[in-house]
Design a protein around this ligand. Structure first.
Ligand code: HEM
Length: 232
């Protein structure tokens, strides 16, 4: 892939990753979001699904790139797609905090308009106890929270200068956590549903196929290394 094309492709990938957000903004503007039977549920599901699919596509980049040396340029999109997954996961978490958990947005906004800057914070403090109870009671929320914290750690350490400061080996070791995040995100999805609902089946199959591809590649590399050592 010629180097000149990469910046253009990056623009395309940015636009594609921003499409779901654009759809939400358009739905909000046109009133289609308010017309949903449960707008908050819709927002939770929409942002959660995009966070998960982007995470899985991010994990797909390495195995696809390994199919041919000609595809090595794909690696330059990994960080971007991963950060967009974190972006949608953060929106998802914010929907939970500010819409799902009974946060009084109207009062908070009134406070801001009246320049009473403490009001939004007071409103947040009011819902914290019930949110803590919810986290304690529902295991799938705990798993979601852990997944988000892992994605946060990956996002914070994603810039090149952090990589240099940490050293390549340590950075790589930490960034393997992305597979754990993928697994936990799936667990969170399955556990959020009633028994018999197989909505996460497709994304789970894609995820496990990627994990198998990774395992086969590692074993194959090890075998090649051993064979080289024997011939040497
Ligand atoms: C602080 C972190 C998180 C919280 C509080 C949270 C909360 C929730 C809640 C309340 C639901 C809806 C359950 C219902 O239908 O009643 C949900 C669903 C979901 N969440 Fe999360 N979540 C978190 C993190 C994540 C992360 C990091 C991901 C993905 C990377 C994720 C992906 C999903 C998916 C895919 C669904 C199911 C959507 C559907 O049913 O269509 N969540 N989450």
């Amino acid at each position: 892939m010629p180097g000149k094309v990469i910046p253009w492709l990056k623009v395309v990938v940015h636009l594609l990753c921003l499409l779901p957000l654009l759809k939400l903004l358009m739905m909000f503007h046109s009133g289609a979001l308010a017309a949903e039977s449960d707008p908050v549920q819709f927002l939770t599901h929409f942002t959660g699904l995009w966070a998960l699919w982007l995470l899985v596509w991010d994990l797909a980049i390495t195995p696809v790139r390994r199919l041919s040396p000609k595809l090595s340029w794909l690696i330059r999109f990994r960080r971007m797609v991963g950060l967009y997954s974190f972006f949608y996961a953060t929106l998802h978490m914010l929907v939970y905090v500010f819409l799902f958990s009974g946060y009084d947005t109207a009062t908070a906004l009134e406070g801001i308009r009246a320049h009473h800057w403490g009001v939004p914070w007071q409103q947040l403090k009011l819902i914290v106890p019930s949110m803590i109870d919810d986290v304690k009671q529902r295991a799938f929320i705990q798993v979601g929270l852990i997944t988000w914290v892992l994605l946060l750690a990956l996002a914070i350490t994603s810039p090149q200068r952090v990589l240099r400061a940490m050293g390549g080996k340590n950075w790589q070791r930490l960034h393997r956590v992305v597979y754990v995040a993928g697994f936990l995100a799936l667990m969170h999805f399955w556990w959020s549903l009633k028994k018999g609902n197989n909505a996460p089946a497709v994304v789970s199959i894609v995820f496990f196929a990627l994990m198998i591809a990774r395992l086969v590649w590692t074993l194959w590399q090890k075998r090649k290394k051993r064979a080289r050592m024997v011939t040497a």
